[in-house]
Structures are given as C-alpha cells and as structure tokens.
Write a protein that binds this ligand. Structure first.
Ligand code: PAF
Length: 283
C-alpha cells in the first residue's frame, strides 16, 4: 500500500490506473477504522481492481461545540489494517492540503438536511458534502462506498452525485454491529463501561418499533413517543426518533411500503445514531 499525502502525486498515480482501464473504488473515512469501515473496504475490493481509502478528519463538518479536537486519531493502526486488507492507496492529506485558502464556495443542501441530524447539527451536512465533493474530484473514482448507519448522509451524497452529475456509482453498505447489536462507530470509544452496557438499547428500541409496525400498529407518533420516553428513562437523551419514508426521508404516510426508523440519542456527551429499514408488504 502506498500512503500519499499530496494531491498531484495521487492524481498522477490514478491517471496511470485509468489509462490501463482499471476500475477504481473509493472509501472516504475519518479514520479510527473499525470493522464497519473494514466492511466498506472489503466490499470495495470485491467490486474494483484498485481501492483508495482516505482518512481525513474534516473540520468543516463539526460544529463549534462538537468533538473535532477529541475525535480519535489512530493513523498508524489504521494504516496497518489497510495494509492487511490489501488496499492500494491510503490518501492522508493534511488540513492545509484540503483547505489551503479561505474557502468561499461550498455545497448547499435543500430539504434533505432540514430534519434529523441536519436539524441537530447545523452546517454538518454542508461541510460533509463539500469535503466529499472535493475528495471525489481529487480521486475521480468509478464507485464510492458509504455505511448505511449514516443514512441521511448517504441520501445526501446520492442526491449530490445525481444533481451535480458526478460520473460514479454510490454503494451503501449495511451497518456492522457488535454482538449485542450496537452499531459500530468511532464514537463508541467515548462510552464509559456503564454507558456501553446501556448503549445496545438504542438498537433494541428500533427492533421493538419495527415489530409493532410489522404487526400493523398504525399510530407511529404513539410508538415513537413511548420509545423515546423509555430510552430517556434508561439514561439516554433522545435527540430524535422518527419513522420516515426511506426514499424521501419525509415523515411516513399511509401507503408507504419502505420505511426507515431514524434515531439519534446521547449517552452523556456521546451521540449515537442508528436506523432500521422496514419493508412492508404491498398487498
Ligand atoms: O462518514 C464519514 O466518516 C464522513 O462523514 C465522511 C464521509 C468521510 C466525510 O468526511
């Protein structure tokens, strides 16, 4: 594996691959790689001859009181994992390389960022979409891989690629979970042992809601209100817990066949997100 920090060097390597007609897959990350990331990498390896992984903790997608400074940075261990996974290139740019000057242009998002994480983290998705756009322009992959855990992020990226005519395919990869159901996330490392013991309740709550919906419970507000209250009683602070149409992310309405339960809840200062898709029979 080559570790490259410089855009010109990366572009010239990739130009060679392109000239040889090698399909190129890209997995953008913020590092602190866990098995969820490695699943993205494995999926990418199945689909393309060449795989580029980036690690860049992007300051513009963190709010002023969020965890940018404390975000876990484990580059050496990450690089070792990527070598073992037979990745071709680790792109590891500095902040100065990615944001060399005062940035006056960014990606604007309409509607898709109004609710859920977009509401609780103002500016987050604009920063995320802008860095993903820059990375796509630098790497110019044929395909890129993102985790379904960040469902709203994935929806925004798909829309950006479609609206702005990026010539690449986006693949969503199912959430990788710990044995007790907790969705894997770099932020899980912030949890105290007591919080870690409670954390799987978030996913259990989504499973319970799904069970009631599949059984025919029509009152989604009642379901989510009760579930939020139970999460809060267990020690969470529920930021949102909503049932939406999984294509539009609009509140679910009667007749929707594919729903998604979306949740964000804090345990202490640690913000966890998760989601669960429900396919209803269209009879
Ligand atoms: O999901 C992430 O890790 C980040 O939001 C991403 C897509 C790498 C952009 O910084």
């Amino acid at each position: 594996m080559q570790t490259i920090t410089d855009i010109i060097q990366l572009r010239s390597l990739i130009a060679g691959w392109r000239a040889a007609d090698h399909p190129i897959a890209f997995v953008p990350t913020m590092g602190n790689l866990h098995d969820g990331h490695m699943k993205l990498v494995r999926t990418a390896k199945h689909r393309a001859l060449k795989v580029v992984v980036s690690i860049f903790v992007n300051p513009t997608q963190f709010g002023p009181h969020e965890d940018f400074d404390n975000y876990p940075r484990t580059e050496q261990q990450d690089a070792q994992k990527l070598v073992t996974a037979d990745v071709d290139v680790l792109f590891l740019p500095s902040i100065d390389i990615m944001y060399p000057q005062r940035n006056l242009i960014s990606i604007g998002i309409h509607e898709l960022n109004q609710d859920y994480c977009g509401k609780s983290r103002p500016g987050h998705f604009e920063g995320m979409a802008t860095i993903v756009c820059k990375l796509f322009n630098i790497v110019q992959p044929d395909m890129a891989f993102f985790g379904e855990k960040d469902f709203q992020q994935l929806a925004i990226i798909r829309q950006m690629v479609s609206d702005l005519n990026f010539p690449l395919l986006i693949y969503g990869v199912p959430t990788q979970r710990e044995d007790d159901g907790l969705a894997m996330s770099s932020r899980n490392s912030y949890l105290t042992p007591q919080q870690r013991a409670v954390a799987p309740k978030l996913y259990q709550t989504l499973l319970t809601i799904k069970h009631h919906i599949v059984k025919g419970e029509p009152d989604f507000d009642q379901l989510t209100n009760q579930a939020s209250a139970e999460l809060n009683q267990a020690g969470f602070f529920t930021e949102y817990l909503n049932i939406a149409n999984s294509d539009t992310l609009q509140p679910a309405s009667p007749g929707d066949n594919t729903l998604i339960i979306l949740a964000a809840a804090k345990l202490g200062n640690t913000r966890l997100i998760d989601n669960l898709t429900i396919h209803l029979n269209s009879a």
